[in-house]
Design a protein around this ligand. Sequence first.
Ligand code: 5GP
Ligand code: ZN
Length: 114
Amino acid sequence: MEDCLFCKIIKGEVPSNKVYEDEDIYAFYDINPAAPIHILVIPKKHIASVADLTAADEPLIGKIYTAINKIAEEKGFKKDGFRIINNCGKNGGQEVMHLHFHVLAGKQLGEKIV
Ligand code: 5GP
Ligand code: ZN
């Protein structure tokens, strides 16, 4: 999508610090980390948010979680654990309207809401 920041990152039009890439998924370090390790995992296909998912996207979401598992292994934070966060829409606090999963790791995470 033309005016989407994360689509531009996928295309390399906006620089990013890549963590992982495959045919469907791109992952990179968040520019404003909320933990010692803060990675954003996104589909290459432009989907605005979880609210825009359809049944056709079900395999893609499964792949995203498998990719997160691989990243956790490769980056060495699998054993100690991590948190996956998805903000959806206005009340969820979503700022970039391209589906993304925050992966936070590297310390005991506080501020549990649920
Ligand atoms: P949201 O608030 O939409 O769930 O999360 C958007 C995330 O994107 C924020 O954590 C923010 O720091 C990150 N972000 C925004 N712009 C950029 C950018 O240009 N590059 C990178 N790497 N992260 C970004
Ligand atoms: Zn996009």
